[in-house]
Design a protein around this ligand. Structure first.
Ligand code: BG6
Ligand code: MG
Length: 213
């Protein structure tokens, strides 16, 4: 009998190496606006939707802009980001990710993507793993951004399981908070300092050694 029935994966920074491209594109935008934006600041952007990321950068720069200008800037960032991921393929998958998903599937575990990104489906197609998921919830499908639990609650409901039967794999503080708010078990991927609130933390998916499923 399985302890948990479903594995819900965040995409950026968990399965694919896109966090660096988000950072590069935001850094480019911050430079254009004359705002100093560091890698440490960038931790606050992980898992957070596009407009909220822009708001955080503007807050760092103590700048306030009209909603029209903000939409233009967010669009500009996205076009740079899409250029960076243009040639992405399966080599963009993070260490251990594909193998872990296949192992879970062969054990009968349900799988889902719970991502804030509106580019999630493009990336899943480019890297060739889109067929591996029983449900995909992306940035087009939620009203409330992480740390709100909506994205993960929607995954559980699409998979027809209860939240306590789900394990969430996340690289961001906002995502761990969202998963906990949904009442789910959490596995952090990245550094222990940044992901203190997670139930378990591993450097990458090839290091996961707890028998969750
Ligand atoms: C998350 C990333 O997965 O998606 C964030 O961690 C990003 O950094 C967010 O801002 C939204 O992505 P997109 O592709 O819709 O701009
Ligand atoms: Mg992420």
């Amino acid at each position: 009998m399985l302890k948990y029935k479903a594995a819900i994966f965040d995409l950026d920074g968990v399965l694919v190496d896109t966090a660096k491209y988000h950072y590069l594109a935001w850094k480019r935008l911050a430079n254009m606006l004359g705002i100093t934006f560091t890698e440490e600041d960038n931790e606050r952007l992980k898992g957070v939707n596009r407009m909220k990321c822009l708001d955080i950068i503007l807050e760092i720069g103590e700048m306030s802009l009209s909603i029209e200008t903000k939409h233009e800037l967010a669009e500009k960032k996205n076009s740079w980001y899409r250029e960076y991921i243009e040639n992405m393929d399966s080599s963009g998958l993070l260490e251990g990710a594909e193998l872990y998903i296949q192992q879970m599937k062969s054990r009968g575990v349900l799988t889902a993507i719970g991502s804030a990104s509106k580019n999630a489906r493009t990336i899943l197609s480019k890297t060739g793993i889109i067929e591996a998921f029983d449900a995909i919830v992306d940035g087009h499908m939620v009203q409330n951004a992480k740390p709100d639990p909506e994205v993960f609650e929607k995954c559980a409901s699409l998979l027809n399981v209860s939240p306590i039967e789900c394990v969430v794999f996340e690289d961001s503080q906002a995502g761990i908070e969202a998963a906990k708010a949904a009442g789910m078990k959490t596995v952090g991927l990245g550094s222990k300092e940044a992901l203190k609130e997670a139930d378990f933390v591993f450097a990458n998916m090839s290091e996961i050694d707890v028998p969750l499923f």
